[in-house]
Design a protein around this ligand. Structure first.
Ligand code: NDP
Ligand code: OXD
Length: 312
């Protein structure tokens, strides 16, 4: 039998993955961290979400690392990552769809003043709010990868003037695109709603800081579903408290779970969710991983690979 597949996640038990793998590939040696991984030398493939730093290095016969999330910062943060072992990630159309839903939900929630209507209902107050034409609510998406592209195209289909920003040039139907640091101020100056879905890299860490918030129009709303470490929390709180920003919907945080004493919890302009914008769905995430297991074992090039140098 080929080497073992190790499932390493503290969030889920791996049983769904074991069944999907067995159904597709037949009997195999699929071990989970919860049941015990056994001899580390047996491990050929590691499916991992936030593995303990140094763990992957103990698998001396490792041939492929698979990120169980679409983000890979949780792997690249390990400074003992085994060298030369290819890193791949799930490409999960189900998760991509959920992420777009999340961005669209908060865009509509802010655009249609739902918080104000909820408060009016509690006060038994019949009060239509001021109407804003969708055409006057430009939305900007930072990051035009698998998630950002889907999000931007769907927002454009809803009628929002939609812009997207990425590192290299992109062309997307109905979306005005910008790329590179030089174009960032122009992009930001037009975003009445900003959706961040960048990967966490050296270049994007701390990018959402006071300078970036100041470059947004007054009254802008921020949705962060990328990574918490892209936001300078004190700068966001200051921009909310000064009235420059109308609000922020945050799914990801510098420390997760967010410590109980953090000001975000009770801030009236912060709307929090516990890193749930996109759940990995084994049904939709596993086909690409199974394809890579077949490719690895047939000596063919892998798909959905990650470039550790660029960080995504
Ligand atoms: P991709 O790798 O497919 O795309 C990344 C995008 O970001 C690309 O468009 C890339 O530009 C752009 N980018 C990267 N660095 C820069 C930079 N320095 N300046 C400008 N643009 C940059 O990522 P995904 O869309 O698959 O995922 C994005 C992130 O979403 C993940 O890394 C993860 O952190 C987060 N995520 C969050 C989840 C949640 O539940 N909250 C769930 C899943 C993911 P270019 O196109 O030029 O390469
Ligand atoms: C992911 C995530 O990267 O859940 O998939 O954040």
């Amino acid at each position: 039998m080929a080497g073992a597949i190790a499932y390493i996640s503290r969030d889920t038990d791996g049983m769904a993955w074991r069944k999907l793998f067995t159904d597709a590939l037949g009997p195999l040696d699929f071990r989970t961290i919860a049941e015990g991984l056994g001899n580390p030398d047996d491990i050929e493939i590691a499916l991992a979400w936030k593995p303990r730093p140094g763990l992957l290095r103990t698998f001396r016969n490792l041939k492929m690392i698979v990120s169980l999330g679409m983000g890979v910062d949780h792997l690249l943060a390990d400074d003992q990552l085994p060298e030369g072992v290819p890193i791949t990630r799930i490409m999960d159309e189900g998760l991509v769809g959920q992420m777009s839903e999340y961005a669209i939900f908060w865009t509509l929630w802010h655009h249609r003043d739902i918080a104000k209507y909820a408060a009016s209902q509690r006060a038994r107050r019949w009060k239509p709010e001021e109407f804003v034409d969708t055409l006057h609510r430009p939305v900007g998406v930072m990051g035009l990868g698998s998630i950002g592209q889907d999000t931007a195209v769907k927002l454009a289909m809803l009628g929002f003037p939609t812009m997207g920003w990425s590192r290299t040039a992109k062309a997307l139907p109905g979306v005005e695109t910008f790329h590179g640091r030089d174009s960032l101020p122009k992009f930001l100056s037009r975003c009445s709603i900003l959706v961040n879905v960048l990967p966490l890299t050296r270049e994007t860490r701390g990018l959402l800081d006071k300078k970036l918030f100041a470059a947004l129009p007054k009254g802008a709303f921020v949705v962060n579903m990328g990574r918490g470490a892209q936001v300078v929390d004190d700068d966001l709180l200051a921009a909310l408290d000064s009235g420059h920003l109308a609000g922020a919907a945050l799914d990801v945080f510098n420390t997760e779970p967010l410590p109980a004493e953090h000001p975000y919890w009770l801030h009236p302009k912060v709307h929090m969710t516990p890193h749930m914008a996109g759940y990995t769905n084994p049904r939709t995430a596993s086909p690409g991983v199974i394809e890579n297991v077949k490719r690895l074992r047939a000596g063919q090039p892998l798909i959905n690979t990650v470039d550790p140098k660029s960080g995504y």
